[in-house]
Design a protein around this ligand. Sequence first.
Ligand code: UD1
Ligand code: UDP
Length: 366
Amino acid sequence: MSIVIVVGTRPEIIKMAPVIKELEKRGAEFIFIHTGQHYDYEMSKIFVEELALPQPNESFALENTNPAAQIGEMMIKLEKALESYRSRKPRIMLIQGDTNSMLAAGLTALKLGMRIGHVEAGLRSYDWRMPEEHNRRMIDHVSHYLFAPTELAKKNLIEEHVWGEIFVTGNTVIDAIDMYFDKVKEVEARVMEQIRFDEYALVTFHRAENVDNPQTLRDFVRILKKSPIPIVFPIHPRTRKRLQEFGLWNEVENIQHLQILPPQGYFEFLALMKNCKVIMTDSGGLQEEATHPKIRKPVLVLRTSTERPEAVIHGFARVVGTNPVVVLAELEKILSENPKLPEQSPFGDGKAAIRIADITMSRLET
Ligand code: UD1
Ligand code: UDP
């Protein structure tokens, strides 16, 4: 019997890395597939290399970019690939999070009669504009094993009457920082040498409901322009594309107190997080990473909701929306307050991957 691990985007490679490493350590047999949703070197392969993961057994080159066609294409390719591994008896598929790749993988596993283990199950933003909210709801309802990172996530799953088994494991993103933090120290001096400012806010945004909306994107540019603190801005390819499309790129490039960077490697990015004053983001993973004891940074969430309320409850994050007046006021406030943050992360103790591997392996032969 073998396990199938599917990834497709940057955060999935990072968050599945501790599980892959743990399964490798135990000599478990697994088939590793990359759907090709993220395809640029700096959005995909760099993480396989940096995190010393095995080369995927299969990596697809996708032709479609529209969501439905892309999901369909991924399903067709996954089914074909899994059929070709039939002799290895693929039994449980592990997927992580809420991207289109994970929906495609989950539905394919379901149709092939495999069991699904969903890592990071039970997150809910209750914002139906988000494709991630559609995906995570559907995935949770077809999963046999739901690896909820927190008690709150478990509660969401119970309220929705999912039929799979629920386990609270912690989030593997915490394990990943524990595992790779020594590497961060190795790159830190080199990374910080290229940063033009002593103090800065680290900013990322890429959510479709933000950057695909020209008005919201213009509001974000206003925030960047008027920021009272210099900004380091590792830019997601979707965001770069939209800024160019909506004629905002030159404006951003000309902001003197802003440094644009290409998408960063994981160690490089953690070094930027570790050294910043504050984070402004609409990323999911960053809201979690900011709470790790080795990072501990305040976060302004540039959204109207979050599926990670634990970061807010524990005082790390504030959901500030996208209105420049409000965001800039909150930024001023946080810079003057210099808030004292908790010593511990609400997202786990760094042993999530061990728990997930224990459960997966114990179910494999059943
Ligand atoms: C996807 C996920 C999102 C996740 C994010 C992580 C969905 C619905 N969205 O968003 O939940 O937070 O990944 O980063 O699955 N592009 C490139 N090079 C790449 C990848 C993307 O240029 O390597 C550009 C392409 O123009 C592409 C666009 O970015 O059309 C959007 O990519 P896509 O994978 O559809 O969504 P993300 O915004 O990356
Ligand atoms: N990240 C990275 N380089 C970057 C930006 C982010 O390695 O330039 C990492 C970050 O540390 C986190 C993950 O990518 O682990 C978050 O990815 P993203 O924000 O794209 O997706 P989300 O978490 O919102 O799904």
